[in-house]
Design a protein around this ligand. Sequence first.
Ligand SMILES: CCCCCCCCCCCCCC(=O)CSCCNC(=O)CCNC(=O)[C@H](O)C(C)(C)COP(=O)(O)OP(=O)(O)OC[C@H]1O[C@@H](n2cnc3c(N)ncnc32)[C@H](O)[C@@H]1OP(=O)(O)O
Ligand SMILES: CCOC(=O)c1cnc2ccc(OC)cc2c1SCCC#N
Length: 389
Amino acid sequence: QRHKFWETQPVGQFKDLRDTSLPEGPIEPPTPLSEVKQEPYNLPNLYEWVTCDMNSEETCLEVYNLLSNNYVEDDENMFRFNYSKEFLQWALHPPGYFKTWHIGVRVKSSKKLVAFITGIPAKIRVQNEIITMAEVNFLCVHKKLRSKRLAPVMIKEVTRRVHLENIWQAAYTAGVVLPTPITSCQYWHRSLNPKKLIDVGFSRLGPRMTMSRTMKLYKLPDSPLTPGFRKMELRDVPSVTRLLKTYLLEFVVAPDFDEMDVEHWIVPKEGVVDSFVVESQETHEVTDFCSFYSLPSSILGHPNHSNLKAAYSYYNVATKTPLIQLMNDALIVAKQMDFDVFNALDVMHNEGFLKELKFGPGDGKLHYYLYNYRIKSMLRSSELGLVLL
Ligand SMILES: CCCCCCCCCCCCCC(=O)CSCCNC(=O)CCNC(=O)[C@H](O)C(C)(C)COP(=O)(O)OP(=O)(O)OC[C@H]1O[C@@H](n2cnc3c(N)ncnc32)[C@H](O)[C@@H]1OP(=O)(O)O
Ligand SMILES: CCOC(=O)c1cnc2ccc(OC)cc2c1SCCC#N
């Protein structure tokens, strides 16, 4: 199909897919900073750019409300992501973040926030190259302003502001197919509260299954089974960083985390991200860890359920405990914390536990993209070591 905007961008183009003569790496060279457009792109007359200070309670609430009412819905409009304010502040304030990359659009007259897009800096390794990229996320245009070609302007503006920081690549995901995915991942779901998932219409009773038989099928122990399994603490950052850095080297595309990154992204933050380590009872070394983040969704138009509590598998490294056993303990603590569902993508080594731990495949796909960086051929999802929020 015609991608009038994306055909103008330095991304893998569908027409180039078979052309193996094209070199791997940046598609366009950097522009001299003096030649980067200094002023923001033009918006339609009624609108103005605003930089959103997510540390301002008031602005963070405006962003929360825009996303809560206008962000991503599944194809059947059963759910809409409902990122919390605390989650948004966590997601947008990693080490080295730029306030100017948190971009809003307001109506000049009413000052109403009607669009948003963000970037955060991240060191991403692609094969053997470590590149500082922008991770672009939370692109949202108010439902009333859709199909007016606002998104390309938002994308060009965040690109311009990233260029001003001398960064020339980006990573992003989407549920839609655009030119051109580096890989396409499958969502998998593990019911923790099957009765609620059936009530809302996400799951259905299996053939010859009763509700009580279904609840028994998904029942989990009351507490983790692995000896030495405990919440991660600040003092675990050095050992978890060592485990994670080594593990992520196995993948073709993965973040290059240092201890500051691990402190920000993995140390537990209540209601946002949870992580657990396995500490050997004899040597007291940390041999494994698992983590998941909390991303609730609004349940749309249901008479007696309004909120879905969903946990999303984040980074997990098993060196002594079997990965299946480690992830089963993650399910057990997620159920203890009253999550309704535990979601995971088929990235990294996740395929090794999904079926055995009673995950079911979702019907949505998540496509991963790189901006201004060509890779020879698409990756298998198990070659991907990057989880974007
Ligand atoms: C070096 C640094 C580089 C930094 C930048 C890197 C790139 C970052 C890229 C962004 C990464 C974001 C990642 C992220 O946030 C995670 S994916 C979540 C995106 N957000 C949502 O789905 C929320 C609900 N939907 C909306 O708000 C609107 O539908 C949006 C705003 C999505 C599109 O607004 P609209 O009113 O429905 O549409 P028009 O304005 O008329 O524009 C139509 C054009 O937009 C293209 N489009 C549609 N959805 C897209 C999507 N999800 N990514 C990229 N492009 C998307 C579409 O293909 C078409 O272009 P084409 O004609 O060429 O096909
Ligand atoms: C019960 C299983 O589905 C979800 O958890 C869920 C929740 N909210 C969403 C909001 C928007 C949405 O748009 C694609 C999907 C969901 C999904 S399924 C894909 C995410 C995962 N795993």
